[in-house]
Write a protein that binds this ligand. Structure first.
Ligand code: BES
Ligand code: ZN
Ligand code: ZN
Length: 487
């Protein structure tokens, strides 16, 4: 999207005009009569999320609710609705009025507009359908703000950059496994290394074998494509030499069929989403050079499919992990914790992180517990969890804490091997907690947080600024989390 700033709207564009409830000040003179009329007929009262398109004026009146009650979430939802309401009006050029009381929300507004402008099907449609999508997309956006406000311009630009990156991550996550395969992410990692200056290491089968990553290799056995462990190490100039790095680990299951514990119809169709954790941390790495951070940051992402077939791992197999601990694979569908076990133990061993944060679409149980608006937040460090939660709250990517009870750690002990990847007592409760209890076995003394993003990573009932499918959940949260470290 092309971005420009101006004092005065140009006539050729569609206009988004935010209006506050019980506050006519924000309405330009030309629209006052119309607004009074609408108010009288109760057609438009500027309630939060309301929108009215005035044909003649080519203006979308956008209800913001009362000034005092606006939040990042309400602003993002309102602007998300606005962009979607404009879709059928050929909105290639749009201008947005930015009244004083929205100045502090400009980054959130820019993010919401970019996110709502996303089209999941754009990469694949052809012919007429493709042309139609083109006409529905905003291509140029003008922000109308009084005076020269460089702080607003830079916040808006940043919002658009972050929004664009989230959209790219959404494309990666939505992409089916015949497109987004191991090679696809290998290329992405190379591109990211090039633009960010991060050091890229890709560990392939031989190296994984040498390192003893039996858990990752076990999951990979059913796939014709070999597993990869992608490591991006970003060390900005100015980062203190002997400071410990911040490490992110992301689950990169390119398709989760469940393996021999095959997922049934109704549960298998969207399982390309299972790489969302890895996609989010790669997206984050691509953004880093633009954020001016002074920390060394490392992303570690294990990639493989989890398939079925004559060479696939079978329930009852015992694998030896990088850490040396052995695991009985009692359920091949609990594959996420297996690939994370090796990736996390490797990251802890190699990089001695200040703290380690993993993102994973780990359990259906977390969706049962929290639905799609909250990711589960588990770990071993209160302060880290608090910082993550605050960052999430400030960008409308919400986290909710869940405990790891010692009894669930007990249930993850194996009958024959050290651990089991799925408790075998028939108790289906607390799945998200057990998953985290298993992962905890591989973090040692490192400060660690685990984000179970199974719910918010991929949604059937999107927020107003989202669409069905991948959300890119986590990118904006982690950006804010890292920025807050500098405060
Ligand atoms: N990828 C799934 C979890 C998932 C389910 C993510 C639905 C998003 C939507 C994960 O690998 C899985 O299958 N977990 C099992 C674990 C169980 C076998 C212990 C689950 O949640 O049922
Ligand atoms: Zn699974
Ligand atoms: Zn999975």
């Amino acid at each position: 999207m092309k971005l420009s700033f101006t004092n005065k709207p140009s006539k050729t564009k569609l206009l988004i005009q935010p209006v506050f409830e019980k506050n006519t000040e924000s309405i330009p003179r030309a629209l006052k009569a119309l607004f009074t009329e609408l108010l009288a007929s109760k057609e438009f009262e500027a309630k939060e999320g309301q929108a009215f398109f005035a044909w003649q004026e080519k203006t979308l009146l956008l209800g913001m609710g009362t000034v005092k009650k606006i939040t990042v979430s309400s602003v993002m939802e309102s602007f998300g609705s606005a962009v979607k309401a404009l879709h059928r009006h050929h909105p290639s050029k749009v201008a947005v009025v930015l009244p004083e009381s929205l100045h502090s929300f400009v980054q959130a507004i820019a993010e919401a507009i970019t996110l709502a402008n996303y089209q999941a099907d754009a990469p694949y449609k052809t012919g007429k359908a493709r042309n139609k999508l083109q006409t529905q997309r905003i291509k140029e956006l003008e922000i109308i703000v009084k005076g020269k406000r460089s702080d607003i311009e830079s916040a808006a630009k940043k919002g658009f950059k972050i929004g664009d990156m989230v959209n790219e991550v959404r494309d990666w996550v939505n992409a089916p496994p015949n497109i987004a395969n191991v090679g696809f992410f290998e290329k992405k990692a190379e591109e990211i290394a090039k633009v960010s200056g991060a050091k890229l290491t890709i560990l392939r089968k031989k190296e994984l074998e040498k390192l003893g990553m039996g858990a990752l290799l076990g999951v990979n056995k059913g796939s014709p494509d070999e597993a990869r462990l992608v490591v991006l190490d970003f060390k900005p100039t100015g980062a203190p030499e002997n400071e410990k790095p911040i490490v992110f680990v992301g689950k990169g299951i390119l398709f989760d069929s469940g393996g021999y514990n095959l997922k049934p119809s109704g549960h298998i169709e969207d399982m390309q989403l299972d790489k969302a954790g890895a996609a989010v941390i790669l997206g984050l790495m691509k953004l880093l050079p633009r954020l001016g951070l002074k920390h060394r940051i490392i992303a570690v992402a294990p990639f493989t499919e989890n398939l079925i077939g004559p060479t696939a791992q079978k329930p009852s197999e015992i694998v030896k992990t990088y850490s040396g601990k052995t695991v009985e694979v009692t359920n091949t569908d609990a594959e996420g914790r297996l690939v994370l076990a090796d990736a996390i133990a490797y990251a802890v061993d190699q990089f001695k992180p200040e703290f380690l944060i993993d993102l994973a679409t780990l359990t259906g149980a977390c969706i049962v517990a929290l639905g799609h608006r909250y990711a589960g937040l588990l770990g071993n460090d209160e302060n880290l969890q608090k910082a993550l939660r605050e960052a999430g709250d400030s960008v409308d990517e919400l986290l909710w804490p869940l405990p790891i009870h010692k009894d669930y750690a007990e249930k993850m002990k194996g009958q024959y091997a050290d651990l089991t990847n799925s408790s075998t007592d028939g108790d289906r409760g607390a799945g998200a907690l057990k998953g985290a209890a298993f992962i905890r076995e591989f973090v040692g003394k490192t400060k660690w947080a685990h984000l179970d993003i199974a719910g918010p990573a991929f949604v059937g009932e999107p927020k107003k600024y989202e669409a069905k499918g991948a959300t890119g959940f986590g990118v904006r949260l982690l950006v804010r989390f890292l920025e807050n470290l500098h405060k």
